[in-house]
Ligand binder design. Structure first.
Ligand code: FAD
Length: 317
């Protein structure tokens, strides 16, 4: 490495932690400032299924998703906590042109009509499931082991960051205020958790009336979703919504237990296009942005972190 720089990463969700790991592995001195610690971020609410959703632009998202898919397969094979590969069934009405990202998935097969539960289109494949509380704890530990420093701190302005050679902005929805970025918006999601039960595969479904849902089996529970309410920033839980989510999921996955153990809501960091680019602060230092990943920040995390590393490296050389 040509330069060992002091890098400040803002945000300790999946984007900030993944970027910090790669920067530390490259030999930089990394400090993380975050308003919330990893287990209290939006990232910790995600189930999380590897699945591109509510993010753009489509071609960049598909490419980041494909690269991150390969990374997650490796992590699952190495036994990283919270990362496993599961069978996924994807059902949809009306049919759409299959997205490009399905092509490279392990075990991808289109489903015959009798396997589609009345939906017009369906496919199955094997995809990563990332149990975020376990996985974020592993990422945070990796940052510590590599010598990264954490501080609970809310940044109001980039002027507060003197002493660092370059900055990486992974503040998710927080970028709306920090960068005065009016292109950011919340996409509220509610989930319910039920006991693990005998469910053997993950499921995503899109009904013709616009409602959708998912079932994500994890070590000790199943996460069921979902909702996607643009511009709704409420974290209050809605009981009828929880019951409706459970009913929709049980209609397609009757093996699901009936008891709701807990529910949660989170605000996906929506943006028409993910912002992954570099700018220069007035004092000449590089500021790399990586935020606005909508409903698939976990899905895209490794490839985006690799691009962050490339942008930082280029700026320092
Ligand atoms: C219900 C739900 C289900 C989801 N399911 C999935 C899924 O199955 N698969 C998937 O890939 N994705 C899923 N997502 C989306 C995913 O959670 C997000 O895209 C992802 O968490 C974004 O990660 P991030 O690190 O960019 O942001 P965040 O996790 O929001 O982290 C942002 C960090 O920045 C910090 N911060 C913000 N402002 C400041 C500031 N001014 N100063 C300092 N720190 C600041 C925060 O405290 C936090 O540490 C889901 C989201 C929800 C809500």
């Amino acid at each position: 490495m040509a330069v060992r720089a002091r890098i400040l990463v803002l945000g300790a969700g999946v984007s900030g932690l993944s970027s910090a790991v790669l920067l530390l592995e490259r030999g930089h001195a990394v400090t993380l400032w975050a308003r919330e610690d990893p287990l209290h971020t939006t990232s910790a609410v995600a189930a999380a299924l590897w699945y591109p959703f509510e993010a753009g632009p489509p071609e960049r998202v598909a490419a980041w998703a494909a690269r991150s898919y390969v990374r997650f397969l490796e992590l699952a094979r190495c036994g990283v906590p919270g990362v496993v590969i599961e069978a996924l069934l994807d059902l949809r009405s009306p049919a759409i042109d299959p997205p490009t990202w399905v092509r490279g998935l392990e075990g991808f097969v289109p489903l015959a009509q009798e396997q589609r539960a009345g939906f017009e289109q369906g496919w199955s494949a094997r995809v990563p499931v990332i149990e975020t509380p376990l996985y974020l704890a592993w990422l945070a530990e990796r940052v510590r082991t590599l010598g990264g420093a954490f501080e609970r701190r809310t940044l109001e302005s980039f002027a507060e960051t003197r002493g660092f050679d370059a900055l990486v902005n992974c503040t998710g929805l927080g970028a709306r205020e920090l960068c005065d970025d009016r292109q950011c918006y919340p996409i509220r999601g509610q989930i319910v958790r039920v006991p693990r039960g005998p469910v053997a595969r993950a499921l995503v479904f899109h009904h013709a009336n616009g409602s959708f849902g998912y079932v994500v089996p994890r070590a000790r529970d199943c996460v069921l979703g979902g909702t996607a309410e643009r511009d709704n920033a409420s974290l209050e839980l809605d009981e009828p919504t929880s019951r409706a989510i459970l009913a929709r999921c049980r209609a397609l996955e009757p093996l699901l237990p009936e008891t709701i153990v807990s529910a949660a809501a989170g605000l996906r960091p929506g943006r028409d296009a993910i912002r992954l680019e570099r700018e220069r602060l007035p004092d000449g230092r590089a500021l790399v942005h990586d935020y606005g990943h909508g409903g698939c920040g976990v899905t895209l995390s490794w490839a985006c972190a690799e691009d962050v590393l490339a942008l930082v490296t280029e700026a320092l050389n």
